[in-house]
Design a protein around this ligand. Structure first.
Ligand SMILES: [Zn+2]
Length: 247
């Protein structure tokens, strides 16, 4: 008898949906350095930055993910989707793709003498999974004993994803609170935009990816610990042929 295998789909590629709107630059603050034309332009500018602009902020927010339960795929298609050997039966799978969206806006002071800007930003990185799709093999009759066993197991993967996403956001918010408030960027408007974009996509998004990847272990633990195989065996004892019954 084929060994049932119920596992999540874990896409290793993390598609990023990056929305980086052009920051709404604050109007130049007038003659910021009037009266003490800066010899050390950047130092005076950074001082003005600290005194006039609110601290930078970076916040991670979790977007609620929709859960779609479907039976469009059959046992063979699920086996192909999971890339397992023909001896394995795949009764269910949970498919999910993490999404990351970045929004930020900047406020700046401009030094008249040099035309240089100093900017601080407010950024939000939205973390989400849209949607999570629970596949249950279409040969399993809706509402049957195996259907419920497989559904319960797959919903465990959904709960793991949701809880893990909250933990990832909490960890990153802690890091951001420690590192971000004092941050300021100095340069031309274009240089600042490029530097902020590099920081958000080159530093913080990779941190998101590393932390999200840890969910793989949680799913493996769920698969090892969950008793769905016992439950399925009981169902199969009662109804040997999954395809024999229709509601
Ligand atoms: Zn599983």
């Amino acid at each position: 008898m084929p060994r049932p295998l119920i596992a999540p789909l874990l896409p290793f590629l993390l598609p990023l949906v990056l929305g980086l709107p052009a920051p709404a630059w604050a109007q130049p603050d007038g003659p910021a350095a009037a009266g003490h034309a800066p010899v050390q332009g950047s130092r005076a500018l950074q001082q003005a930055c600290q005194e006039r602009l609110a601290p930078s902020s970076l916040v991670f927010e979790v977007q609620t993910s929709e859960v779609v339960i479907g039976q469009q795929l059959g046992l063979g298609e699920l086996r192909g989707l999971m890339a397992v050997s023909p001896q394995d039966a795949v009764f269910g799978a949970t498919e999910f793709t993490p999404q990351v969206q970045v929004e930020w806006s900047a406020r700046a002071v401009t030094e008249n003498a040099t035309g240089m800007n100093c900017a601080r930003i407010s950024a939000t990185i939205h973390l989400g999974i849209a949607p999570q799709t629970v596949h249950i093999a279409r040969e399993i009759p809706l509402g049957s004993c195996p259907y419920q066993v497989v559904l319960d197991h797959e919903m465990g993967h959904v709960r793991i994803n949701n809880a893990h996403m909250e933990q990832v956001a909490a960890m990153l918010n802690e890091q951001a609170r420690a590192e971000f408030p004092a941050r300021a960027w100095v340069g031309s408007a274009e240089e600042i935009k490029a530097a902020i974009r590099d920081e958000l996509t080159g530093v913080w998004i990779p941190r998101v990816e590393v932390l999200l990847a840890a969910a793989g272990d949680l799913h493996a633990q769920h698969d090892a610990a969950d008793r769905e195989l016992d439950g399925l065996a009981e169902c199969l004892d009662k109804k040997p042929a999954l395809t024999a019954q229709k509601d």
